[in-house]
Ligand binder design. Structure first.
Ligand SMILES: NC(=O)c1ccc[n+]([C@@H]2O[C@H](COP(=O)([O-])OP(=O)(O)OC[C@H]3O[C@@H](n4cnc5c(N)ncnc54)[C@H](OP(=O)(O)O)[C@@H]3O)[C@@H](O)[C@H]2O)c1
Length: 295
C-alpha cells in the first residue's frame, strides 16, 4: 500500500515511516520542505502527485504557549491546514488518518475520557486542534481521527525543541542528580513507536471514526519521572514540586487521561501499559551505564 506521512521527519512521523516500511508498505515521508499544509495548492500538488491510498497527518503547531501567543498561526496549521488535507484526500479517494490531542478536554473529570465525552478545550492549541478534528470528520468520510497524549519518541519532538520528557529527566538526573516534578497533572505517556504500530491495523480497515489512542493506564508527571529513574537504574533525588513553582502561562487540563474505548470496541486496541512502553523505549534508546572504573 502507498502511504504518505505528513511530518515524516517529526517525532511520530519518523516512527510511522519505520513501522510501515517494516510492514512492506511503500512510504512517502513528507517533510515541511515537501508540503506546506497551510497552503491548499501545496497540499493539492504534493498529494495528487504521490496519489497515496492513505495519508497520515502528524503536522501541527503544538507548542501550547506559542499557540496562545499566535492564535492565527495555530488555526492556520491545526484547523485550515487540516481542512486542506481533508479536501484533497477526499478528492483523490485516500483515507485520512489525523492525529489529535487529549488537550481537547478541560480535565475536570477524574475518570478517563472516552470518545463520547464532550470536548471543551481550555486553550488555543486545544481549540484549534478540535476545529481540525471537525473538518476531517465532516469533509472526508474515510477518516480516522486519533486523539493521543504525552508523546515521546526516539527522534524528539521538533515542535517543542527536539527533546522529550524521558530524555530530559535522564539528562537532569545525570548532570544534576536531583529533579523536582509536579504531581497534580495526569496523563497517559505514549511512546510514538507504540502509537505507530497501533496505526498499521487501522490503515488496513474501514472502521472509520474518532478514536482515543494512548498507552493503557495513567500517571502524574512525578510518577512518570519516578518510573523512568527506577527503570533506568538511576539514583536521583526526586521531589514533588508545587505547581506554583512552575506557573503555567496558559491553562492546561489537570487530568487528560483517555480511554481507548473505541479501539477496544472494534477489537483493535494494540496499546500496552505506559510502564511496559517505557521499559521498551529505555531498552532500545538509552545507552547502558558505563561499568564502574571505565574511562
Ligand atoms: N508531542 C506530544 O506530546 C503530543 C501529544 C498529543 C498529541 N500530539 C499531536 O501529535 C502530532 C505529532 O506530534 P510530534 O510530537 O510528532 O510533532 P513534531 O515532532 O513537532 O512533528 C511535526 C512535524 O510536522 C511538520 N510540520 C509542522 N508544521 C507544518 C506545516 N505547516 N506544514 C507541513 N509540515 C509541518 C514539522 O516540520 P518542521 O519541524 O520542519 O516544521 C514536523 O516534521 C501533532 O499533531 C500533535 O498535535 C502531540
Amino acid at each position: 500500500m502507498n502511504i504518505a506521512v505528513i511530518g515524516g521527519n517529526g517525532q511520530l512521523g519518523t516512527d510511522l515511516v519505520r513501522v510501515f516500511r517494516e510492514n512492506d508498505d511503500y512510504v512517502f515521508p513528507l517533510t515541511h520542505a515537501d508540503i506546506e499544509i497551510c497552503a491548499f495548492e501545496s497540499v493539492k500538488t504534493c498529494l495528487q502527485e504521490k496519489n497515496p491510498a492513505v495519508v497520515i497527518n502528524t503536522a501541527a503547531m503544538h507548542h501550547v504557549d506559542k499557540c496562545e501567543q499566535e492564535p492565527a498561526a495555530a488555526y492556520a496549521a491545526n484547523a485550515i491546514g487540516v481542512r486542506n488535507i481533508a479536501l484533497v484526500t477526499r478528492e483523490i479517494g485516500a483515507t485520512l488518518i489525523h492525529i489529535s490531542t487529549d488537550y481537547v478536554f478541560d480535565g475536570k473529570k477524574s475518570t478517563p475520557y472516552s470518545e463520547e465525552d464532550v470536548p471543551l478545550p481550555l486553550n488555543v492549541y486545544g481549540n484549534s486542534k478540535l476545529a481540525g478534528e471537525y473538518y476531517v470528520r465532516t469533509i472526508n468520510p474515510k477518516h480516522f481521527v486519533l486523539r493521543t497524549s504525552a508523546l515521546y519518541g526516539k527522534h524528539g519532538c521538533r515542535g517543542k525543541g527536539g527533546r522529550n520528557f524521558v530524555d530530559l529527566m535522564l539528562e537532569l538526573a545525570r548532570t544534576r542528580g536531583w529533579v523536582r516534578v509536579v504531581n497534580d497533572e495526569f496523563v497517559s505517556p505514549t511512546p510514538t513507536y507504540d502509537l505507530a504500530r497501533q496505526i498499521v491495523p487501522l490503515s488496513r480497515c474501514d472502521s472509520y471514526g474518532l478514536y482515543h489512542a494512548t498507552s493503557e493506564s495513567s500517571c502524574s508527571w512525578y510518577e512518570f519521572a519516578r518510573e523512568i529513574f527506577s527503570a533506568a537504574g538511576l539514583q536521583v533525588k526526586l521531589e514533588i514540586a508545587d505547581s506554583s513553582e512552575f506557573p503555567a502561562k496558559v491553562p492546561r487540563p489537570a487530568y487528560s487521561v483517555l480511554e481507548n474505548r473505541g479501539l477496544k470496541k472494534i477489537g483493535l486496541n494494540k496499546l500496552i501499559s505506559w510502564q511496559e512502553g517505557l521499559e521498551t523505549y529505555l531498552s532500545e534508546n538509552v545507552p547502558s551505564p558505563l561499568p564502574s572504573g571505565a574511562p
